[in-house]
Design a protein. Structure first.
Length: 276
């Protein structure tokens, strides 16, 4: 009997990336009693951490939520700190998507249902990949095609969107080194086109770290380009709340448990089920 695939791959072994980055794979198996040929929706998760680290609280606990819904889940630990300068994390994010398509048979991936998901700075990376995937210059740098790196959907969780107004200073500094041209380029509210995928996005009203205006800026742009989206603004919850329940609660920090906000995950699962 086959068990689910759980493995970690180094994307630098498959793509011309500047650094080693890991993609952790969580993929259910197919069984003869059900369907040996089942293809699954796949969620590529980019954890948050201000481009300084990748939070474990926004990685495996989130991935397992989707495995329980019979989806594949993949967690990318993208480059951080001094390695996070543009365009490295973008290339890594796109390489993860291309890797799934090139290994679709192994992981039972539905190549038309690959969804990126990010939290905080990882939300910025998800939004950036969603905005730029169709630009050939990025795919070429990892020796991939536009079709291989296409983003079919996006899930953005309290994301950093703007590098200008209401920006998260640390995220901006790590990715742009405060260079004016990069600040402009990586303010994703200004980069939305008709190629941006349908999106599920949520935030909390009084997020003191990444203001909710980031999400509102993006939603305005999605509306302008008639991109389908589902938006949820919850009244309570600190930044970095993750699942908003005991599963991702840090020791002795009850602020990350907010009953009225943890509904975001069931709503997200419903969105994925109905839209893909």
């Amino acid at each position: 009997m086959r068990s689910m695939i759980h493995e970690i791959v180094d994307l630098k072994e498959f793509f011309p990336l500047p650094y080693s980055v890991t993609l952790e794979c969580y993929c259910p198996s197919n069984f003869g009693e059900i369907d040996l040929n089942r293809k699954r929706k796949s969620i590529v998760i980019y954890p948050g951490g201000g481009y300084c680290m990748c939070s474990d609280r926004e990685a495996e606990p989130v991935a397992l939520q989707f495995v329980g819904e019979d989806c594949n889940a993949f967690v990318l630990k993208y480059s951080c700190e001094e390695k996070a300068y543009y365009p490295t994390p973008i290339l890594e994010g796109l390489a993860a998507i291309a890797y799934l398509r090139r290994n679709a048979k192994k992981y039972n991936v539905d190549v038309n249902k690959i969804i990126v998901m990010g939290f905080s700075a990882g939300g910025h990376l998800s939004a950036t990949v969603s905005a730029f995937w169709h630009q050939e210059m990025y795919a070429k740098q990892i020796q991939a095609t536009i079709d291989e790196v296409k983003v079919n959907g996006a899930i953005l969780c309290y994301p950093v969107i703007s590098m200008k107004t209401y920006s998260h200073c640390l995220t901006r500094k790590q990715m742009t080194h405060d260079e004016p041209e990069l600040i402009k380029l990586l303010s994703i509210e200004d980069q939305v086109t008709e190629h941006f995928p349908k999106t599920f996005i949520w935030h909390t009203t009084f997020d003191a770290t990444v203001p909710v205006e980031n999400t509102l800026f993006l939603v305005q742009s999605l509306t302008k380009y008639k991109i389908p989206y589902e938006l949820h603004i919850f009244p309570n919850g600190v930044h970095g709340i993750s699942l908003a329940n005991f599963i991702t609660k840090p020791v002795d920090y009850d602020a990350c448990v907010v009953k009225e906000t943890e509904i975001w995950m069931p709503l997200c699962k419903k969105f994925i089920k109905e839209e893909f």
